[in-house]
Design a protein around this ligand. Structure first.
Ligand SMILES: NC(=O)c1ccc[n+]([C@@H]2O[C@H](COP(=O)([O-])OP(=O)(O)OC[C@H]3O[C@@H](n4cnc5c(N)ncnc54)[C@H](O)[C@@H]3O)[C@@H](O)[C@H]2O)c1
Ligand SMILES: [Zn+2]
Length: 362
């Protein structure tokens, strides 16, 4: 197993990444959060696949174990579902020294994490991500939230887990589309880090994308990058954490413009990354050869090549509604080169529109 130490200002914890390691979860958790109760939260797709394994591993490590299964999907990430979880914790007599275990994708991690952060002002939390997106991104870094009205992640906080435990074997059962979606975040980290990580992502993109080809080194590389960024700006105060939004300004706008139904988050981010590469060549001097190389990586990962059926002006208007937009509009994260992100670049509205038109017409 690989261990990535995450030394955040508010808490130090380990991210463990292995393959076929779910049976070891109880042992790993009990070395960090000994004793007490655990409540496993997972969705209805993950429950039949992994819940029993997780429960028995926790029981074998001496925990009193209970669980709750929620329906799957982003629509569950809301205050009503959070209230139901509070009820479960209340009924089970959960106290601060007990542990909520979020087993599943980013939806489960964000929801159960938000509940753990707020119930009795915080119970312990273990993230056990089972999607590629959650293993490389959502489960690490301590952002937890639910959606509120039209606002995605509008009610939330920063709450670091006590442990992140990723089993790459869980990716074997992931629907193909979800695997490809997670690969968009992997591509994001490859472009941000450049060097060896980008080489690895490029090798992954060179063959057909299967769970078996997602290596521990690849996931570890993404996690290391995220951990280092978050450790320097845990609560998104200095602006350094904004680098993680690479591809997300236009990605989020595309998700919103298509009512969060046509594209998965990863597919929208994939399109956002394509736009970032296009803009980076024009505004930051990204080498044209590097742009071609990176677009080919996105092709190889099976991410959409073009944006469909959305008026460009809708997408442009929505980039300005971005939660992270400042008074003067959106500051983009672009790339001077792979491994060299450039924060807070002002993109003139005409160019923003041009890049969306390009996405629509290619
Ligand atoms: N907190 C953060 O920093 C952060 C970062 C990125 C994304 N997110 C959030 O993450 C969410 C998206 O996460 P996601 O893409 O993991 O979505 P998800 O949790 O909805 O999982 C995707 C689908 O895969 C299923 N699934 C999960 N693991 C499986 C497995 N091993 N085998 C078979 N099916 C499985 C789920 O039931 C679901 O249907 C969004 O709500 C987003 O806001 C949070
Ligand atoms: Zn993302």
């Amino acid at each position: 197993m690989r261990r990535i130490p995450a030394r955040m200002p508010s808490r130090a914890y380990d991210v463990l990444v292995g393959r076929d390691c779910l049976a070891g979860l109880g042992g790993a958790l009990s070395r960090r959060c000994p004793g007490g109760k655990t409540v496993v939260c997972c969705d209805e797709n993950v429950a039949p696949l992994y819940l029993e394994k997780v429960r028995s591993s926790l029981r074998a490590a001496g925990y009193e174990v209970s669980h709750i299964v929620i329906p799957a999907g982003e629509a569950q990430k809301n205050l009503a579902r959070a209230e139901e979880l509070y009820g479960v914790l209340y009924d089970r007599g959960v106290r601060r020294g007990d542990t909520a275990v979020a087993l599943g994708g980013g939806v489960t991690g964000d929801l159960a994490g938000f509940v753990a952060a707020t119930y009795q002002r915080g119970v312990r939390l273990a993230q056990v991500p089972t999607t590629l997106l959650a293993q490389v991104d959502a489960a690490v870094g301590g952002k937890v939230a639910v959606d509120f009205r039209a606002g995605k992640n509008y009610v939330g906080t920063f709450y670091q887990p006590w442990l992140v435990y990723s089993d790459l074997a869980a990716l074997e059962t992931l629907p193909e589309r979800e695997l490809h979606s997670g690969a968009a975040e992997v591509a994001k980290y490859g472009l941000l880090a450049g060097g060896e990580l980008l080489d690895r992502v490029e090798r992954l993109a060179a063959g057909s994308l299967t769970a078996a080809r997602v290596s521990q080194e690849l996931v570890t590389g993404c996690v290391q990058y995220k951990v280092a960024v978050v450790a320097g700006d845990e609560r998104e105060e200095t602006g350094a954490r904004a680098v993680l939004n690479l591809g997300h300004t236009i990605g989020h706008a595309i998700e919103a413009a298509t009512a969060f139904s046509r594209y998965t988050h990863g597919e929208a981010v994939g399109l956002g990354l394509r736009a970032v590469l296009w803009l980076s060549r024009r505004l930051c001097g990204l080498d044209p050869g590097e742009e071609v190389r990176a677009q080919a990586v996105l092709d190889g990962l099976g991410l959409p090549r073009r944006l469909e059926a959305v008026p460009a002006e809708t997408v442009c208007a929505l980039t300005r509604r971005d939660k992270k937009a400042g008074r003067e509009g959106v500051g983009y994260v672009l790339l001077d080169a792979p491994g060299s992100p450039h924060l807070n670049v002002r993109v003139p509205p005409e160019l923003e529109r041009e890049v969306i038109e390009w996405l629509l017409q290619r």
